[in-house]
Design a protein around this ligand. Structure first.
Ligand code: AMP
Length: 189
């Protein structure tokens, strides 16, 4: 049951609002562990409910440390703009009863509104690697405060040639952090 996973009432309400009656297997396996602050390696394809498996703990853990001003708590890295936009929509839906800021950045569209959102302050950032690296290299996105890193679709990330970008991004993250790693198949390194 959703109410056995350790989720806060605001998130249970949001899952009920979404019409979910019980957690999917990846959600039941991931959420309690992630809520304890532990790292997770999850083997899950799109369609299994993995987005909620990482968004719900991210929202709860970001809420637990959120203060007056937004501070970048969670970075969610995903390979495509479609996935990035879907994840941001999920954060909006699951976070509807919480007071957290989140936004999404990806390439192929104007960076101006994305930069404005980041400069206003966000608790959770969803990004594709190219646009994120670009904004990091210009000092617009800073990852020094990140406590939770989600790597979504790791195998597709490799297939799409993002390995060096992902390495550069992970090197810029604080060493002391929680990591949730999801892949449909398990990459060899
Ligand atoms: P995902 O694998 O994250 O792309 O999710 C696939 C679809 O399943 C999305 O449309 C979600 O809204 C839906 N979903 C996620 N978790 C649940 C759940 N526990 N019960 C029913 N539907 C869900």
């Amino acid at each position: 049951k959703f109410n056995e996973l350790g989720l806060m009432p605001e998130l249970l309400r949001a899952t009920a609002d979404a019409g979910y009656t019980e957690p999917s297997p990846i959600q039941a396996a991931t959420i309690p562990v992630a809520l304890q602050g532990r790292d997770v390696i999850g083997c899950a394809q799109t369609g299994t409910g993995k987005t909620a498996a990482f968004c719900l703990p991210a929202l709860q853990r970001a809420h637990a440390t959120s203060g007056e001003q937004a501070s970048l708590h969670t970075l969610i890295l995903t390979p495509t703009r479609e996935l990035a936009a879907q994840i941001n929509d999920s954060l909006k839906s699951y976070g509807r009863h919480l007071d957290l800021w989140h936004t999404v950045i990806f390439g192929g569209v104007s960076e101006k509104p994305q930069i404005a959102e980041i400069q206003r302050g966000v608790d959770i950032l969803v990004a594709t690697p190219g646009r994120l690296l670009d904004l990091m290299q210009r000092g617009i996105v800073k990852l020094g405060s990140v406590k939770l890193f989600v790597l979504d679709e790791a195998d597709r990330m490799l297939d799409m040639g993002f390995i060096n970008d992902v390495k550069k991004i992970t090197r810029a993250l604080p060493a002391q952090r929680q990591t949730l790693f999801f892949s449909a198949t398990m990459p060899d390194s």
